[in-house]
Design a protein. Structure first.
Length: 393
């Protein structure tokens, strides 16, 4: 039964992710046609580059504000019902986006899509909490990393699907699931207030979250635009290149998650691989992108695929490091981390618009500056995480 729950939960998370990312590619196709007096049809983007950035930000504004009531909703109506409510809202937002773009005139189309993106963002705020909660309640101790790996591939599967194109459980199974786990579920109020936030290891989890917000979400938002506008890939090629790393990332997450459960290597080497090594790879990739020119499109595509392929490892490591830092308050840590991540992600479009006033610049100077900044932040995040792992006994 627990594997049925795992499959259904992954499916729900994946479908929710599909709805949130579809605009990142389709916004390229949203254009308006104007017929001139001489009969020439002029096709222009439906939204400006700055407006596209604000639509991206709306998603993470919804995620940020949706984070705060999660704990109260889960306590009030239970995790299942809260998860269902957030999922329904995501579905409503997904339906509104194409309808608004097709039938509403400016500026009402922008306002409606902004509101729909905000509603979609509410679902994203539930993702990390869902991964931690479902893994904690439905996996055995030895299977926990595997469960986290499976659940976290929704971030990849959502893009794989989109871009190219609790029930009954027996007493015996409950005992099997819970065997070997520390009984911390009833201790949630043992530390008053937010005292756990003074824990150095918890703070480094937030640093990893900021690293993900900068390194992974930059290309989650602007990957299609960068590949299409800056190096001139057509829409079909852009969709395939954007989807490819998520296929690789899913496979890597499953393999590493399973091996880390099976091999008796301890938690530190696993965290070093998931959170430190993956971020160093991303940082090096961004430096390479900053040094090469748009005249090397094949190399750019390879580096892009490598960067986005390790995102899945970093996501699994983020959830696992939260439980390692303080298992008693892991849900609260993930909720706060979700808020922190999406504060930074919400600011990315404005930051990108400031650094890159002309996204079609054939020399790509603005992109190069942006990549260097991201690489520095990514490296600092990885270093803090590495120090935390080494220091803890």
């Amino acid at each position: 039964m627990r594997f049925v729950i795992l499959a259904l939960s992954t499916l729900c998370l994946t479908l929710g992710m599909c709805g949130t990312v579809v605009l990142h590619l389709t916004v390229i196709c949203m254009r308006q046609e104007t017929t001139l007096l001489n009969g020439t049809v002029l096709s222009t983007p439906l939204f400006t580059f700055a407006e596209e950035g604000r639509l991206f930000s709306a998603l993470y504004l919804g995620t940020l504000l949706g984070t705060f009531p999660i704990s109260h909703l889960c306590n009030w109506m239970g995790f299942r019902r809260a998860f269902t409510v957030y999922g329904i809202l995501n579905g409503v937002g997904t339906v509104v986006v194409p309808l608004a773009a097709r039938f509403l005139a400016q500026p009402f189309d922008f306002m409606a899509i902004f509101g729909a993106r905000f509603i979609q963002g509410l679902f994203l705020s539930m993702s990390l909490v869902a991964i931690e909660t479902i893994s904690k309640n439905w996996s055995t101790l030895k299977e926990m990393t595997f469960f986290m790996s499976i659940l976290s591939i929704n971030f990849q599967f959502g893009r794989i699907i989109t871009m190219p194109l609790s029930g009954y459980v027996s007493v015996a199974e409950i005992r099997y699931i819970q065997s070997g786990k520390a009984d911390v579920a009833k201790k949630n109020g043992s530390e008053k207030g937010f005292k756990f936030l003074t824990n150095w290891h918890v703070l480094t989890v937030f640093a990893v979250g900021i690293g993900i917000a900068n390194g992974a979400h930059l290309f989650s938002l602007y990957g299609p635009i960068y590949l299409h506008n800056s190096i001139g890939l057509n829409m079909q090629r852009t969709g395939l290149i954007v989807a490819l790393p998520f296929v690789i990332s899913s496979i890597m997450s499953l393999i590493v998650g399973r091996l880390s459960d099976r091999l008796n290597v301890g938690i530190k080497p696993v965290l070093a691989l998931l959170t430190c090594f993956s971020q160093y790879v991303m940082a090096i990739g961004y430096v390479i992108l900053a040094l090469i020119t748009p005249s090397s499109p094949f190399l750019i595509q390879i580096v892009y695929v490598v960067i986005m392929s390790v995102v899945g490892l970093c996501t699994v490591g983020l959830v696992k490091q939260a439980r390692w830092a303080d298992s008693e308050h892991a849900q609260s840590i993930n909720s706060i981390n979700t808020a922190i991540i999406h504060v930074f992600v919400m600011l990315i479009p404005e930051f990108v618009t400031f650094i890159i006033p002309n996204p079609d610049d054939p020399k790509g100077k603005g992109w190069n500056t942006l990549f260097i900044v991201v690489a520095i932040v990514q490296t600092l995040s990885a270093l803090l995480s590495q120090v935390s792992i080494i220091m803890r006994k």
